[in-house]
Design a protein around this ligand. Structure first.
Ligand code: C2E
Ligand code: MG
Ligand code: MG
Length: 731
């Protein structure tokens, strides 16, 4: 309920704000025309804009002595306003400001209006007299939202900073023109923040309500929306709101567009009336408001409107419609790797391909970034939608050539169907978004229809992301160290740092459960920095404790590697801890390197230039191009554990391992066999000449303390071996 009241308050205050901006813009235009060209020009301006007789009941002018007339009134009737507060305020004003008065019956118009006034600039430089707009109180009313959201006893009100109520929106008249109670919680809250909540017992009907309020940024008005406590429990859930909200939003935006045009118009009007320019500026602004600048596609706003219309039509005609949420795969990598110009080009090409898969009647919109939406109406069944989605995935997977580059993106598509999956804009969008995530986790480059399980997965994914965002500051990360040994004598020659997340809520989380997510959300950048910092600090600590110097390998993601400051950050860390570069080794998975081999090669060269060794991890699981492999400045290859498993009796694995060892020998690279679990595996690898091993046989990932003990025991044994056997005393 609280959220719905906040929504109501937000949309209502936006509507009120836009109305005030609009009328104020007009007032300023009229004042400008009057001050530069006189009454006749104002009347011409008003006639051309056909502004008289709209919701703005009249525009009027009062001279410094209070005599006033309404622009465009053929009878030129006058009335004196010296005793009216909205005149007095401007007469005593020391600076230019908009005053919003209390609804009253106009002396000339004889209608109930809310007066809005601004002072005139006199030739002396002071202010005197005023321009005035009288607006219908309904302009500040609840036309932009569904009052049922607030429950039967809900209220909304527009209150001046003087405490007097200017307008109310709901059926319950919250005393327009009355002062709100002096003990209202509003004043205390307003002193702290421009928006918030407070409780108040109404002086009108005696009910206790919780109010959400928002002060307009540039005007002395506060908009409040309140709901009664008793309505909180027994509120019926009316579910036709998103459509109305979208409608309200569009209306609000149209008002804003109108105000913008007028501001532009103001500059023009005193000089020359230029209708064509005005017309063009209207069209132009509308295009900006409703379309995406890069692709020219409808934007989120227009999409919501179209979707609402499509739903309405489908409801009436009893038809089905499909909403596809399309997210390009790895587009972030394209942007990070090739720069934003190339990214923009790829987006435009992707749009052209999307279009080629669609009917003319389909709506294609861009939500922002690499997210697109397709609405298809009048569908016959899910097979038809699946065919379209499949076509889109196929078309988007083909390489895109821009300049001399060939870039490959893909698409993950989530599909929601009306009415099965939802019956309103918000639900259908959420459902399609959720299904898109399922397509992503199903390996990307595919499409998925929504199912309830998906929703649960997405929710838990969101929670995981939130928890992960807090993990570092809560000190929940730790590093474990797994020894790497020389297969000749099982001597420890180094270790691999492997992250663990000891979550307060989830217990121990292995990296496989959060690193892929962190790579997708970009959180890996921060995590990766923490890992490097911790690893360097740990090496320095072992050093200080006098332990033998070994190389510590750190896993690095593509996103980190391609960050321009990565190499300099690593160099700075080494310098800070007084470490030689040979203390540190970087492990990169094959796929991280191969997504962008040229760029990876440049970054790896910079690492090698400062003396840091680089290993390619999980070798054999990705798609290595051997020609690239030759060009990459690598120091070693880590054979993935899936090939080491059973290598002593599995002929396929044995062949692969032999091939990798041969390749490495040709390229002059060292080899580490990962995941060695048995003596038989070790025997086989040693016989094939594999120099280094890692795996359960030598030790699981262990704490820094355990690894330090391992090093010192080995050093002791080593020392003991070299001490000459004691001479037997005597003969
Ligand atoms: P990886 O770099 O290939 O690390 C080796 C994984 O194999 C580790 O899993 C390790 O515990 C496991 N392992 C080692 N020996 C054996 C064995 O004999 N048998 C079996 N079954 N498994 C063995 P872990 O620690 O769960 O890490 C999984 C992956 O998560 C790592 O694969 C690495 O890609 C990633 N990762 C871990 N720490 C980090 C990190 O700090 N940054 C980044 N970017 N990725 C990390
Ligand atoms: Mg590794
Ligand atoms: Mg590995």
């Amino acid at each position: 309920m609280q959220q719905e009241v906040t929504e109501t308050c937000t949309s209502f205050s936006a509507a009120v704000e836009n109305t005030v901006i609009l009328v104020d813009g007009l007032l300023k235009s009229i004042r400008h025309v009057y001050e530069t060209s006189g009454t006749a020009s104002v009347e011409q301006f008003l006639a051309e804009e056909r502004l008289n007789g709209t919701a703005v009941v009249y525009f009027a002018l009062a001279s410094p002595d209070g005599n006033s007339f309404i622009f465009g009134d053929p009878g030129r009737a006058t009335a004196n306003l010296v005793d009216r507060p909205h005149f007095k305020v401007q007469q005593n004003a020391t600076e230019d400001h908009l005053f919003i008065g209390i609804p009253n019956v106009g002396r000339l118009s004889r209608k109930t209006v809310i007066p809005l006034t601004r002072g005139l600039h006199l030739p002396t430089g002071r202010l005197g007299g005023m321009v005035m707009a009288g607006i219908e109180p309904s302009l500040l009313s609840s036309r932009f939202f569904d009052a049922t959201k607030l429950g039967p006893s809900g209220v909304v009100a527009v209150i001046g900073l003087d405490g007097i109520i200017r307008a109310h929106g709901a059926a319950h008249a919250e005393g327009v023109g009355q002062h709100i109670a002096d003990d209202s919680g509003l004043w205390g809250e307003l002193a702290r923040s421009d928006h918030g909540t407070y409780w108040q017992k109404s002086s009108v009907d005696g009910r206790l309500r919780r109010y959400v309020y928002r002060k307009l940024p540039d005007y002395p008005l506060v908009v409040t929306a309140g709901f009664a406590r008793e309505d909180m429990q027994d509120r019926a859930r009316a579910r036709r709101l998103p459509y109305q909200m979208a409608y309200g939003l569009v209306l609000t935006l149209l008002l804003a567009v109108f105000a913008l045009v007028l501001r532009q118009r103001m500059a023009d009007v005193a000089v020359r009336h230029d209708r064509e320019r005005l017309a063009a500026a209207l069209t132009e602004i509308e295009r900006h408001v409703y379309h995406d600048a890069l692709t020219g596609l409808p934007n989120r706003l227009l999409l919501q409107d179209r979707l609402a219309q499509a739903i309405e039509t489908a409801r009436r005609t009893g038809q089905q419609l499909a909403l596809m949420f399309i997210d390009l795969d790895d587009f972030k990598v394209v942007n990070d790797t090739f720069g934003h110009d190339a990214g923009d080009e790829v987006l435009k090409r992707a749009v052209a391909r999307l279009r080629s898969c669609l009917h003319r009647d389909d709506t294609l919109a861009r939500l922002g970034g690499d997210e697109f939406i397709v609405i298809r109406t009048g569908i016959r069944g899910s097979d038809e939608v699946a065919a379209v989605a499949g076509r889109i995935v196929d078309h988007l997977t083909d390489e895109i050539a821009t300049g001399d580059r060939r870039i490959r993106v893909g698409a993950s598509i989530g599909i929601a169907l009306y009415p099965g999956d939802g019956e309103d804009v918000t639900t259908l969008m959420k459902v399609a978004d959720t299904a898109m995530y399922q397509a992503k986790s199903a390996g990307r480059n595919t499409f998925r229809f929504f199912d309830v399980r998906t929703m649960e997965i997405a929710t838990s994914r969101m929670r995981l992301e939130d928890d992960l965002a807090r993990a570092e500051e809560r000190g929940e990360f730790e590093l474990l160290y797994q020894p790497k040994v020389s297969l000749r004598d099982r001597q420890t020659i180094g270790a691999e740092a492997l992250i663990r997340w000891r979550s307060r809520e989830r217990g121990l989380v292995p990296p496989g459960s959060f690193i892929p997510l962190a790579e997708e959300t970009g959180q890996i950048a921060g995590i990766g920095r923490w890992v490097l910092r911790t690893a360097c600090r740990q090496i320095a600590a072992w050093r200080q404790a006098g332990l033998p110097c070994v190389t510590l390998a750190v896993n690095v993601s593509a996103l980190q590697l391609f960050d321009d400051s990565f190499v300099s950050e690593v160099a700075a860390l080494l310098a800070e801890h007084g470490l030689e570069p040979s203390c540190l080794e970087i492990e990169l998975t094959e796929s991280a390197v191969m997504t962008e081999p040229d760029r990876a090669a440049r970054q790896l060269q910079r690492l090698r230039d400062i003396g840091i060794a680089v290993a390619v991890d999980d070798f054999g699981t990705g798609y290595s191009s051997l020609s690239y492999l030759k060009r990459l400045p690598l120091s070693s290859i880590k054979i993935d554990q899936s090939f080491v498993r059973g290598v002593d009796h599995d002929a396929d694995n044995a062949a692969i391992v032999a091939a990798v060892l041969g390749l490495a020998r040709t390229l002059g690279l060292s080899v580490v066999a990962e995941g060695i679990e048995s003596q038989a595996e070790e025997n086989h690898l040693t016989a094939c000449g594999c120099p280094v091993g890692q795996g359960r046989l030598y030790g699981d990932p262990e704490t820094a303390g355990a690894f330090a003990r391992r090093l010192s025991v080995e050093a002791g044994r080593h020392l003991a071996a070299r001490i000459p056997t004691a001479v037997t005393p005597g003969r």
